[in-house]
Design a binder for this molecule. Structure first.
Ligand code: HEM
Length: 555
């Protein structure tokens, strides 16, 4: 039996070196080459899991039936605790071992599970923690940068004698060390214990019915959306343009929460039904592509707050929430560089002040991103979800005609009223964009490496907003972001109850549960923006100084 084969770590590395998409789940080895272009969650999410134990990521993203169907892609198993490799997309480099170069046979069978066992009983390799290596690297970096950091602390002007690269490294290192000191150890036993406890928690979530959607809550939601829409239409018919625009903005603000639920298949749990609900709300009613949103959001959920990989924090030149961006990050999502140039240097210095104005206009940017996404060849999904692109294009075209022609042009008389209506309806959605950024912009952007468990990474990089129950509808479930990141398919209206279990889990595992009131959360984000702005100023001072002493070219 091919799937009885026991793989060694070296063999897994060789398969990855040969270009295979190898993922470990519950000690079984999956080869997913056949899903590369057909996976409904996108190809990037598979790539971020290559060489890793993706048990939790897989279990929280799919129904138990789909998880069971994955056995078709099994090519063998591994023994002991699997120590995650760094996926190639995140910089992992693997080489075929000379003796395997000739024997590796890439498979092209439909199920891609035709890896032939040679019947040999390969030696079992139990992963030894890389924690010692991490500490060693960390120590070396500290030695290299400590002198510079002290210099910066004592000489807060352009007299710093540090290169911009060293300064950035020092800042990133300090943030990393803060997290290492604050969060549970990355050793195998501790992270294994967190993973085991998370598995138990997930079982409890299933057993206690948290995945069951309480549809009555959606009837209430729909009543609210319908009321807001009716008020918009009524006011428009009376030519009360400003009030009408406010109601339309509030309608968009509220209904987009349900698009988020549908995008996660958190309503019916059926891909086709939830995707259609998502397209109806996002594309037809709001002019935004749910396909674009899913393609970036699925990646964001897997690698939250990793500057090179999470599209949600890649906002240079306007904003930077991590000094990593000073190194001109190449985005694995967009495939392009976010250069740290003069424009970024200036904009980021003032980002604390531009945050709310930009959030107020953020919706216009989402139109652009939606259209750009649909124009890309890879937006046309292959496999069973091929139809989504056509329905989306119909929806978004309908919206454009309806909003810009029927509402703005035909229903409103003057250009001045049109401009007021356009701006008001879009500005009213600002709290939604602030709410979205509150969840992550104030939290850590450090990468603790492949040894960190799924649950710890999500909780370390995600923040909840505390609010009374009666205000839940205003935050639309996004206030339970940490809970949602652990269980993205759990229906929104069950998250408040689930939050209690997650808090218990955090207390048991000693992972801090990040939660702030709305105003306090805003301050956390603004402080983070100010911190990075200060770092950007210091970086500029380093550049000026190094240029003055002839070690740096300001161009
Ligand atoms: C390597 C780890 C994997 C991750 C992180 C992952 C993640 C995801 C995500 C986020 C979605 C949601 C798509 C959306 O609605 O936008 C999804 C959907 C889906 N994935 Fe995966 N996936 C993984 C592996 C697999 C594998 C091995 C299979 C093969 C059976 C698979 C089959 C599917 C299917 C059929 C759907 C559609 C969902 C549905 O019908 O409910 N995935 N996946």
């Amino acid at each position: 039996m091919a799937h009885a084969r026991l793989f060694t770590r070296r063999e897994i590395e060789s398969l990855i070196a040969a270009g295979d998409i190898i993922v470990i789940t519950q000690n079984t080895v999956l080869r997913l080459n056949a899903w590369k272009d057909k996976h409904p969650g996108g190809s990037l999410v598979l790539q971020h899991m290559i060489g890793r134990d993706a048990t939790h990521e897989i279990n929280i993203s799919h129904s138990p039936e789909i998880v069971r169907s994955m056995r078709h892609y099994r090519i063998g198993r591994v023994d002991g605790v699997w120590g995650n490799l760094i996926p190639p997309i995140q910089g992992g480099v693997y080489h075929l071992h000379p003796e395997e170069e000739h024997t590796h046979k890439p498979t092209s069978s439909p199920h891609d599970s035709a890896y032939e066992s040679d019947g040999s009983s390969d030696c079992v390799e139990i992963f030894e923690p890389e924690w010692e290596n991490i500490k060693e690297v960390s120590k070396n970096m500290r030695h290299r940068t400590n002198a510079g950091v002290q210099q910066i602390n004592t000489e807060c002007d352009a007299q710093v004698l540090m290169s911009p690269e060293d300064y950035t490294t020092a800042e990133m290192q300090q943030a990393l060390e803060k997290d290492l000191a604050k969060y549970p150890s990355l050793d195998v036993a501790t992270q294994g214990d967190i993973a085991a406890k998370f598995q138990l928690l997930h079982q409890r979530v299933r057993d206690e019915g948290f995945y069951e959607c309480r549809y009555v809550e959606y009837y209430k939601e729909m009543t609210r959306y319908a009321t807001l829409f009716a008020l918009f239409a009524f006011c428009l018919s009376r030519s009360w343009y400003f009030v009408s625009a406010c109601f339309l903005g509030l309608f968009w603000h509220q209904i987009m929460f349900s698009a988020h639920d549908a995008g996660h298949r958190g309503i019916t749990h059926n891909f086709t039904k939830d995707t259609l609900i998502g397209i109806f709300i996002a594309d037809f009613c709001c002019g935004l592509s749910i396909g674009w949103w899913k393609s970036s959001h699925n990646v964001h959920h897997l690698v939250p707050n990793l500057p090179e990989h999470d599209p949600d924090i890649q906002n240079v030149p306007l904003f930077a929430t991590s000094p990593s961006f000073f190194n001109s990050v190449k985005s694995s999502y967009y495939g392009t560089y976010f250069p740290w140039d003069a424009a970024a240097g200036v904009a980021v210095k003032y980002q604390k002040y531009t945050y709310y104005p930009v959030m107020a206009l953020a919706r216009f940017n989402l139109y652009v991103l939606s259209w750009l996404h649909l124009a890309k060849p890879h937006a046309r999904a292959k496999g069973t979800t091929w139809w989504t692109w056509y329905v989306e294009l119909t929806g978004i075209s309908f919206y454009t005609f309806w909003y810009f022609y029927v509402i703005l042009y035909r229903s409103i008389d003057t250009w001045q009223s049109r401009a007021i209506f356009l701006l008001t309806s879009h500005l009213v959605t600002m709290p939604l964009h602030v709410q979205i950024t509150l969840s992550h912009w104030g939290t850590s952007t450090s990468d603790l490496g492949p040894a960190e468990s799924f649950a710890q990474r999500q909780l370390r990089t995600t923040m909840d907003v505390e609010c009374p129950k009666w205000l839940d509808f205003i935050h639309g479930g996004l206030q339970f972001q940490a809970v949602h990141h652990l269980f993205p398919r759990v229906p929104r209206h069950n998250l408040r109850r689930l939050q209690e279990l997650v808090k218990e889990f955090c207390a048991e595992t000693k992972i801090e549960y990040l939660i702030h009131g709305f105003a306090e959360g805003n301050c956390v984000v603004l402080n983070k923006l100010q911190d990075v702005a200060n770092q950007a100023k210091m970086l500029a001072a380093c550049q000026t100084h190094m240029a003055a002493v002839g070690h740096y070219d300001l161009e």
